[in-house]
Design a protein around this ligand. Structure first.
Ligand code: NAP
Length: 278
């Protein structure tokens, strides 16, 4: 039976270290959170981020804009925040309404305030292993893996999903720690067979009950990034938890696994932004 990786406990340690550093050094650290439109999931994420800021002693400034906001108006706000010395980090909550080009917005955020690490400059720095910020979700997953005591060095690690915000950077971070990494996606042949070779399996697909026990090696570490709703409307991950738990050595639950880590790493990045700016 797998040990459950407690994302809430690990995230609390990360937030406490941010909180202590801010308090001990009496730092003013601030995060601008921009939300456009009324996406209910985005509103929950933004509220959770604001709560985490409060906990850590980070000043959060919310900019809640109507759905009708134009791309130019949003670009102007980002530019104003770039030029505001009192703002250390800028987070634009995704997804944005369809009429706004997300890439144009991300590319306008100053790379030294890009606490999501989505800007091409920061993505490039991650590729060459010389970075200030790591994208929050993959960085949070690495913290969870570290918390197990399992070293990925030399191990077979399989990431399911190749998005720019989760799958690709996840694979890069595992590679930086000397894992042998395979990235799977919707065109992968023999997916179950590839996954079943993994000592560490990270699923970032977004489909409930996608990872079945036959896809999991006995004793594997299984990290579930997925955030889905099951048939009853309950929050669940990608992994068939009850069955996979019997095969894995460690497993993350949903909720209470990767989700809290993403927010904790955002706090860490915001403090890092403050440090590299001053
Ligand atoms: P995404 O952009 O939709 O990417 C999903 C990936 O899954 C794609 O690469 C896709 O392959 C792959 N995929 C889809 N169907 C597949 C199949 N049948 N077989 C193999 N691969 C398949 O999603 P994302 O933004 O990376 O997010 C993934 C999940 O993580 C979502 O549930 C999201 O809500 C969750 N998430 C959670 C957190 C958190 O903090 N916990 C943060 C971010 C995201 P193709 O590229 O070939 O289409």
């Amino acid at each position: 039976m797998a040990k459950i990786i407690d994302g809430r406990a690990v995230s609390l340690k990360v937030k406490d270290s941010v909180k202590n550093e801010i308090a001990e050094n009496k730092l003013d650290v601030s995060l601008a959170v921009v939300i456009v439109g009324d996406n209910s999931a985005s509103r929950i994420y933004v509220n959770n981020k604001k709560k985490a800021c409060e906990y850590c002693g980070i000043i959060s400034h919310e900019y809640a804009l109507p759905e009708s906001t134009s791309e130019d108006e949003l670009l102007q706000l980002v530019e104003a925040l770039n030029n505001d010395d009192k703002i250390n980090g800028i987070l634009v909550q995704l997804p944005l309404p369809k009429h706004i080009n997300e890439n144009r917005i991300i590319e306008r955020i100053s790379p030294i305030k890009d606490v999501d690490a989505f800007h091409a400059e920061n993505v490039g720095k991650i590729m060459i292993g010389n970075y200030s910020f790591l994208p929050c979700t993959p960085a949070g997953v690495m913290e969870l893996i570290h918390s197990t005591g399992v070293l990925v060095k030399g191990k077979e690690c399989v990431v399911i999903g190749r998005s720019n915000i989760v799958g690709k950077p996840m694979a890069m971070l595992l590679l930086h720690e000397d894992a042998t990494v395979t990235i799977c996606h919707s065109k992968t042949e023999n997916l179950a067979e590839v996954c079943s070779r993994a000592d560490v399996l990270v699923s970032a697909v977004g489909i409930a009950e996608f990872v079945k026990p036959e896809m999991v090696k006995q004793g594997a570490v299984v990290i579930d990034v997925g955030m889905n709703r099951n048939a009853d409307g309950k929050l669940c991950g990608d992994v068939c938890f009850d069955e996979v738990e019997k095969k894995a050595s460690f497993i993350t639950p949903v909720p209470g696994g990767v989700g809290p880590m993403t927010i904790a790493m955002l706090m860490k990045n915001t403090l890092m932004a403050r440090k590299i700016q001053k």
